[in-house]
Design a protein around this ligand. Structure first.
Ligand code: G3P
Length: 214
């Protein structure tokens, strides 16, 4: 199971605070292959041996693209992958398709978010490495996707079976039990933000959750 931590753009998890969380994770877990940092592009220059994905990017090469984040330059920043179509940064399906195609040609992993079963069915056609099911209404709240939507997670597992894309689930995940239930339902990863980065003790929360990351 993989543990994706989305740093979003919280004060608690950008700039010097992002660096502190990352150094604390390294101290606690070393170079854990189970942890994936999903970083704000502003924090692209933070050096770490942990796996890094960027929170979004576009199907562009380097060049005259003011204010864009081209997939073509991600490797220069030691990113291993890119998240696409997060609920807080929706993009067209055509852009998802082009982005996944370009990223995989460059050897970058793709984590494509989907809000419901219909969207999961569409985005799996683009063959991303991971599809993240995140019901938007639960994001940032206290009710977890694993407790509120177990039947959707089960159905999502069915949709992805045999496709080569792995299911990740996120929204409202806060504790070890949420991770355990997600895994039991068939998720191969969890995607968490506020439960970790807005906690007064992020490392303590990660340590607890990681007990279920096997
Ligand atoms: O990408 C993760 C995310 O949207 C879930 O947010 O705060 O509910 O863990 P949160």
């Amino acid at each position: 199971m993989l543990f994706f931590i989305n740093f979003k753009a919280y004060t608690e998890s950008t700039s010097a605070n992002a660096l502190k969380i990352i150094r604390d994770i390294e101290r606690e877990f070393g170079v854990s292959e189970s942890i994936v940092l999903v970083l704000n592009p502003l924090d692209s220059l933070i050096e770490t041996k942990l796996t890094k994905y960027v929170q979004t990017a576009e199907p562009l090469d380097s060049g005259a693209f003011t204010g864009h984040i081209p997939i073509g330059v991600l490797k220069e920043y030691h990113y291993s992958g890119v998240m696409l179509n997060h609920s807080e940064h929706k993009i067209s399906h055509e852009k998802i398709r082009n982005s996944v195609e370009m990223a995989s040609k460059l050897g970058l992993r793709t984590l494509v978010c989907a809000a419901d079963l219909k969207e999961i069915e569409s985005v799996v056609n683009f063959h991303p490495d991971f599809v993240a099911y995140e019901p938007p209404e639960l994001i940032g709240g206290n009710i977890s996707v694993s407790s509120a939507k177990p039947e959707i997670i089960g159905a999502a597992v069915g949709i992805l079976r045999g496709t080569g894309s792995k299911l990740v689930v996120g929204a409202g995940i806060k504790n070890r039990e949420d991770v355990r239930v997600s895994g039991k339902l068939g998720a191969e990863g969890i995607l968490v933000a506020s439960g970790v980065v807005k906690s007064p003790e992020p490392i303590r929360v990660i340590v607890e959750m990681m007990k279920e990351v096997v």
